[in-house]
Every structure is written in C-alpha cells, then in structure tokens.
Design a protein around this ligand. Structure first.
Ligand code: 3PG
Ligand code: MG
Length: 396
C-alpha cells in the first residue's frame, strides 16, 4: 500500500497552513442543512491549530461562473465556527490583497476561511499563476478534501506541486478505509451497486466485476439486467439500448469468477408515488403495467445470505425508490443486516455516494457502518479504479 505524508511528520508550529477542505455543503436560505462535511474536517483543523499552525481554509462552493454572492462561503464560515466552537475569520477573496491582509493578521492557532476558490475560472483550470497566487499565503498545504479529490484543480491538486503537501486526518482515514475495502480486502468481497441507471455506472461495474467476488445489482439498473436476460419489466425504468452492454458485463463477470446477484422478486406498483398500491411478484411475472419500485422479501433474503458469506462490503446506490415509502424497505432491510454484521465484527462495511448516505441515514445505520464516505463523484471514480489527482499528489 502506498504511503502518504500525514500530519505526523508535518512541522506545523507557526506555519501558515493552507488546508483544503470540502465545504460544499447543502444549504437552504443561508443555513447549512447537513453539516456532515464540516464535522468531518474538525479534527484536522483542531490538530493544526493546537500545534500552533495558522489555519487557512480553502474551499469551493457550488459551480459559480465567476464571482457570485449567492455562492459565497461567508455563511459557511459561521457554521464552521459554530461546530468548531472557536472563532473563524473570513476574507472575501482567496487571493490578492484581501486574502493577504487577513492571513498576515493571523496568530498561531487562529482559523480563517478564504472565499470560494471557484470565483476564479483559473481554479478549475489548475492555472499555474493562480496556484502561485494561492501558494503566496501558505508555507505548507494540507489536503483534507477526499470528496473533491477527483478534481485536478488549483486548490485540490496544483498546490501539492509547489508547497510541501500532507494528507489531513479525514483524507487519511478515508483513503485507509477504502484501501481496506478494495485494495487489500478480506475476502469474499461483496459489492452492492444500485441506483437508477446502468449508463452512469458502466465503468464502475466493469471495474468491480474484476475486483469483487460477489456483485449484487439493485435499483432501476437491475431492471436493465433482468431485461437483458429476456425478462419482461413492464413500465419499469430500463435502458433498452444497453441490453448488449449488460450482457457483456455479465459475461465479463463470469470470466472473472464474480458471482452476479440479481433480484428474484420485486415490489411493483402502477405509479411512481409514495404509498401507491403495490404487490410482490416474481421477476418472471412482472406485468405490462407494473413498475418495479423495490426488491421483494425473497431478494432481501438472498442478499442477506450473501452478506453472511462476505467479509467485506462496498456499497453504492439504493435497491429501490427508497425516498418513497414503502419502497424503502429493501434498502433499509439490507442496510440494517449489514450494520448488524458490522457490529458483530463479521463484516467490514464501506459505503459512499450521495444517495447511499441518505439511504443509510434513512435506515438509521449511517453510524453503524465501518466507514461512510461523504464523497459523491470522488467515491464513484474510486470505485471505477481511477487514480484521484488530489490523492495521488500526496503520495510520498
Ligand atoms: C462534491 O460536492 O461532490 C464535491 O465537493 C465536488 O464538487 P463538484 O462536483 O462541483 O466538483
Ligand atoms: Mg459532485
């Protein structure tokens, strides 16, 4: 396993530490509605501050086209201060005079957040002059933003080439947890891949069938695989143009010795609506007006049996329309079973992706998994087997 430079070896005392964090948090009316990403980076902020570093937080917010007050990080600075329980300063620019003045005023142990790095188009271009302007305010760079590590941007990657670079504690924990799940896992490894579309997860499925022992396919994308096996799926979500692709994935899995598990029964309704009248049918008996909205009890049993065989679980994507009751049952039942096995120390469980985290929280087991990643795109690219630029730049 490759090692990283971590805070263990960083000389932080008195240093200006540019700390890249992911503060791309959900907001409603100027209030943070889910502070998980803020909570995750607090240990790194505290450690650097307590070791006498001057903490300069760098982050992006949204996808602004140039400077846009609606995408200012100012309200997020307040939220960070509340969660940290210490004052957090704010400068309304991430480079130039305003940033420099705020940084120059910092004392050891102080914390400052600089304005949205994406107010500059040079950020996403990883523009060398912009990297230099950011670097002017720091002595070292610490990256604690795994969830933005799939971006080779100035603040997520570029800085690592011009300043001494270290992984923050959250980055470190995330990379270590993920390595345990796929790089050097205890076998058998079972992956659950759900969600609506095969098309958005082609590369991921292609990579996983070569790496895991059992691949459980759920959600709308399972319908495409069922259809590829000649089954009727009625009015269900199904990507008809991907039937050949689905058959190829099944063949690759067979060659690689990866067992594919598809639903054996389904909860069907005639409309996509909470509490729509529904029934359980075998996957061989889906009617022309049926819409598959969840896996049925027999499938839950099959997946639970497979989970009992596994030592490692990697999970991305829900089994059904979990946001609509009662079509959350399959996802919730399997999540709870995985949580139970994890607590019994029989399973190492790692999950990630936006919907997945909501689904696990909905099932009340977000805390019970071995590791839950707050990353969306970065987690998917990791599952696809792609190197993440913001991680690669930290390798010692
Ligand atoms: C995220 O929210 O997934 C990360 O912060 C990355 O944001 P982006 O997809 O806008 O690059
Ligand atoms: Mg994203």
């Amino acid at each position: 396993m490759t090692t990283f430079r971590t805070l263990d070896t960083a000389d932080l005392s008195g240093k200006r530490v540019l700390l890249r964090v992911d503060l791309n948090v959900p907001m409603d009316n100027g209030r943070v509605t889910d502070a998980t990403r803020i909570e995750r980076v607090l240990p790194t902020i505290r450690e650097i501050a307590d070791k006498g570093g001057r903490v300069i937080l760098l982050a992006h917010f949204g996808r602004p086209k140039g400077r846009d007050p609606k995408e200012s990080l100012a309200p997020v600075a307040k939220a960070v201060a509340e969660h940290l329980g210490r004052p957090v300063g704010f400068a309304d620019d991430c480079i130039g005079d305003a940033a420099k003045a705020a940084v120059d005023a910092l004392k050891p142990g102080d914390v400052l957040l600089l304005e949205n790095t994406r107010f500059y188009k040079e950020e996403e271009k990883n523009d060398p002059a912009f990297v230099k302007a950011l670097a002017a305010n720091g002595d070292i760079w610490v990256n604690d933003a795994f969830s933005a590590a799939h971006r080779a941007h100035a603040s997520t990657e570029g800085l690592g080439h011009v300043l001494p670079a270290y992984a923050g504690r959250t980055m470190q924990a995330e990379v270590e947890a993920l390595a345990k799940a796929l790089e050097a896992p205890q076998r058998p490894v079972l992956a659950v891949v759900g969600g609506a579309k095969v098309s958005s997860k082609l590369e991921l499925l292609g990579n996983l069938v070569k790496k895991v022992d059992i691949l459980v396919i759920g959600g709308g994308m399972a319908n495409t695989f069922l259809a590829a096996q000649g089954k009727a799926v009625g009015k269900s979500l199904c990507e008809k143009d991907l039937l050949d692709t689905a058959r190829q994935i099944l063949a690759t899995a067979r060659d690689a010795g990866c067992e594919i598990v598809l639903p054996v029964d389904a909860v069907v309704a005639s409309e996509f609506k909470a509490h729509a009248p529904s029934k359980v049918v075998s996957v061989d008996a889906v009617g022309p007006d049926d819409m598959i909205l969840d896996i049925g009890p027999a499938s839950i049993l099959v997946v639970s049996e497979k989970l009992a065989e596994a030592k490692t679980l990697v999970w991305n994507g829900p089994f059904g329309a979990f946001e609509l009751e009662p079509f959350d049952k399959g996802t919730t039942a399997v999540a709870q079973e995985a949580a139970r096995l994890t607590k019994a120390v029989k399973l190492l469980s790692v999950a990630g992706g936006g919907d997945t985290v909501s689904a696990l929280n909905h099932a009340g087991v977000g805390e019970a998994f071995s590791y839950v990643s707050t990353a969306g795109g970065a987690f998917l690219e990791w599952l696809e087997g792609k190197p993440l630029p913001g991680v690669e730049v930290l390798r010692a």
